[in-house]
Design a binder for this molecule. Structure first.
Ligand code: SAM
Length: 245
């Protein structure tokens, strides 16, 4: 996969991709991540990327010309129809794990990071395939939002982590993951559940499944509507509900 991030502040994105597992994914050749300075697609002396809004009002708007030029150039470097152009905006579709899985199938993502009051509307209507918001709040720019999207997508690429690691992960199969414990078995009087020390893999799997159901019921019962539940799962959920009431 290739990911191009179009930004006027590439320095902000330097850190998140040069550490830990994302850097390892780059080193392993699973993904190529490029920081594209929007100013390199300007042609004036001041390398101007923004301008005041027509109709007046507060703030600046990212101009269409450099954004069109940048995206068209980046798109031309891939095969026809191979690029997906994404605008980060608080007005976009809410990003979630399903969204990340879908983007992980793409060959080439071009992420546009807005700034100031956002981008000229013609960018949104004629250049962008998809708009993503990472939550109902407003950031100063799209760079951190883009970093969130890239992180969530890259960790789903084949070869990034062992397949089993993502099997029970939160939002995979519409449940939250079970709790985890590590050594020591007793810490400040708090004990690790004995089943986890039993070595009985069947019992451990059963306990984890039930904890996962319990957590989801207690914290995000909305997710249970889409979850695939076995008759045992349903019985367990009934037991919890009865205990609650
Ligand atoms: N004036 C815009 C509005 O009210 O919808 C907000 C602009 S915001 C200050 C500047 C840039 O930050 C946006 O163009 C977008 O790229 C990015 N941004 C802010 N909040 C975001 C969010 N929740 N998700 C994704 N991108 C966001």
């Amino acid at each position: 996969m290739k990911i191009d991030l179009v930004t006027i502040f590439p320095g902000i994105l330097d850190g998140p991709f040069r550490e830990s597992m994302i850097q390892r994914a780059v080193d392993k050749g699973l993904v190529e991540i490029n920081l594209v300075d929007l100013r390199s697609y300007t042609h004036d002396r001041h390398r101007q990327v923004d301008d005041t809004p027509y109709g007046g009002g507060y703030g600046m708007i990212l101009k269409p010309e450099p954004l069109f030029e940048a995206v068209e150039d980046l798109r031309n470097r891939s095969g026809p129809g191979e690029s997906r152009v994404i605008l980060l905006t608080p007005q976009g579709n809410l990003f979630n794990q399903g969204f990340a899985w879908r983007l992980a199938e793409e060959k080439h993502l071009i992420l546009i990071c807005g700034r100031y009051e956002g981008v000229d509307e013609r960018v949104r209507t004629s250049l962008v395939d998809e708009e993503i918001s990472i939550g109902d709040f407003v950031l100063t720019g799209g760079e951190l939002a883009a970093a969130v999207v890239v992180d969530a997508v890259v960790r789903l690429l084949p070869g990034f982590i062992a397949e089993e690691a993502s099997e029970n992960e939160s939002f995979t199969g519409s449940l939250l993951e079970h709790p985890h414990y590590t050594r020591p078995p007793v810490f400040r009087g708090m004990e690790v559940p004995s089943v986890l020390l039993s070595g009985n893999h069947g019992e451990i799997a059963r306990w984890r499944r039930q904890q996962s159901l319990k957590r989801t019921f207690e914290r995000r019962s909305d997710l249970l509507d889409q979850a695939e539940l076995s008759p045992d799962d349903k019985l367990y959920l009934e037991t919890i509900k009865n205990q609650e009431s």
